[in-house]
Design a protein around this ligand. Structure first.
Ligand SMILES: *Cc1c(COP(=O)(O)O)cnc(C)c1O
Length: 478
């Protein structure tokens, strides 16, 4: 099958066979060996229900809640469930969105439009998810980044307070942070917001659903939800630890007046009068219906059990790594997210070695004075593979000893680059030097590329990645 539209339609079997072939090249979404991007409940019944309901609501359009009242009812249910889970009160309202990024864009928009001032700023720790900086760029807001504690990786409230100006429209805290799995001191940050009259958003995209269960299982989770005075909005992704199919998140607000600033209406054109709660306008009912179904089918007892397995797996990884020479866990994560660093080996080489053994662990580049690490998102499916994981991790650390992924000549050349003087097309010509060729996919060994990226200042990293993406999304012979 080529990249051209077939002149005559192909038989269904042929289409499906080609898709299966393509899918064979993907990382495994189930089975527990992929420690980022996917959330595996290790329960076939949950997956089956999600898939079935997703498909059955695919054709329903969430554009207009008055003509598809099923979606309106389900969204109100899902938001009420999320609010009850996360310390909401009678005044709490929410919106179902396509994912964490959309929830965050909407929360930043609401805060920006509530303030209604020129040159607005958002103050956030460097550990806050990149989606906030994306939201800021899209919305014409300045992101003011604040360093975190280099030992605990938690936000520093006093440093955030110092960064406030009369143009600050929003403060951000994470519960938990993606990179290190730690919960920021939300109560202290929210108290600052309350005292200054500045809204505070808690990013519970990854931790919001799971952390209340971890707390019930005895983990010392600091309070982070809407019950904290000063927290005005909170995002929680259902397509992460609520195990709903992808395209499911909720953004909650402590009151409807703030959410109103998130909405968009337009009557200044010739078509239907448009009013949207979200960035998307036409949107499939599939993700919402599937999330509704999964929440109801799993139930509170089901989530507690999934959390119990996840917590067991996390503790075994943390304890196992403590026994493993050459690797250490960064900080003390409250979440099922661990960042593994090393003072003895190149973690990017460990990453490649793990890939060669059929595991995906995610490289995290060093940033400012925070070290490079390997990220693992643990889920209910991790428990079954933890022992094998630890054995292979130890093996990979040994294999990485004395091996450097970095090409010293290239590193030197990169350090000498003048970022701003480089035109985009010249940057593109550097990609083959790093082993990246058009149409060839990624090299099996990525340590050299990760080392190069790490040697670059963030602005140059960003430009190289944009060149890379542009190259990837160029159709060519396959
Ligand atoms: C995943 C995540 C996001 C972004 O969510 P997407 O669903 O990938 O758009 C934001 N914040 C945190 C902490 C996350 O883990």
């Amino acid at each position: 099958m080529s990249a051209a539209l077939p002149a005559t339609g192909l038989p269904r079997e042929q289409v499906l066979a080609r898709l299966a072939e393509l899918r064979a090249g993907d990382l495994a979404a189930r089975g527990g060996r992929t420690f980022a991007y996917v959330y595996d409940p290790a329960r076939q019944d949950i997956d089956d229900l999600g898939h079935e309901v997703y498909a059955s609501f695919l054709d329903v359009n969430g554009l207009d809640p008055t003509v598809f009242p099923s979606l309106l009812a389900m969204e109100n249910d899902v938001c009420a469930i999320a609010a009850a889970h996360l310390g909401g009160s009678a005044g709490t309202v929410g919106t179902f969105t396509s994912g964490g990024t959309e929830s965050i864009i909407l929360a930043v928009k609401a805060a920006r439009d509530r303030a209604g001032i020129a040159q607005p700023q958002v103050v956030l720790p460097v550990t806050a998810h990149a989606a906030f900086q994306k939201a800021c760029q899209y919305l014409g807001v300045e992101a003011v980044l604040v360093d975190v504690d280099p030992k605990t990786f938690r936000a520093l409230p006093a440093a955030m307070e110092e960064a406030l100006t009369d143009r600050t429209v929003l403060l951000v805290a994470s519960a938990a942070s993606y990179a290190h799995g730690v919960v920021d001191p939300v109560a202290e940050i929210a108290a600052i917001g309350l005292a200054r009259g500045i809204p505070v958003h808690v990013d519970g995209c990854i931790g919001g659903w799971l952390l209340p269960y971890f707390a019930r299982l005895g983990v010392d989770v600091p309070v982070f939800d809407l019950s904290v005075p000063g927290v005005t909005s909170l995002s929680v992704d259902l397509h992460k630890y609520a195990y709903a199919p992808k395209g499911a998140s909720v953004v909650l607000y402590d009151d409807a007046a703030l959410r109103r600033k998130q909405y968009y209406a337009c009557a200044d054109w010739t078509g239907y009068t448009m009013v949207n709660a979200t960035v998307q306008s036409t949107k499939s009912g599939g993700p919402l219906a599937a999330a509704w179904a999964v929440l109801h089918a799993v139930g509170d007892d089901g989530y507690l059990e999934l959390a119990r397995k996840t917590l067991t797996a996390t503790r075994r990884v943390v304890d196992g790594v403590a026994q493993l020479p050459g690797l250490r866990v960064l900080g003390e994560p409250e979440m099922a997210l661990v960042a593994l660093a090393s003072d003895e080996v190149d973690v990017f080489v460990v990453c490649d070695e793990m890939a060669a053994r059929g595991w995906y662990v995610q490289p995290q580049l060093g940033y400012r004075d925070l070290p490079a690490s390997l990220h693992l998102t643990l889920t209910a499916s991790s428990e079954a593979v933890v022992d094998a994981l630890l054995v292979d991790l130890a093996d990979c650390v040994d294999a990485a000893r004395g091996v450097s992924g970095a090409d010293p000549g290239l590193l030197e050349a990169v350090a000498a680059l003048d970022v701003d003087a480089l035109p985009d097309d010249v940057l593109g010509t550097l990609l083959p030097l790093a082993g990246i060729e058009p149409g060839a996919g990624l090299p099996a060994r990525m340590a050299g590329i990760n080392a190069l990226l790490e040697a670059m200042p963030p602005r140059l990293r960003e430009r190289m990645l944009v060149e890379f993406l542009s190259l990837l999304f160029t159709p060519g012979p396959r």
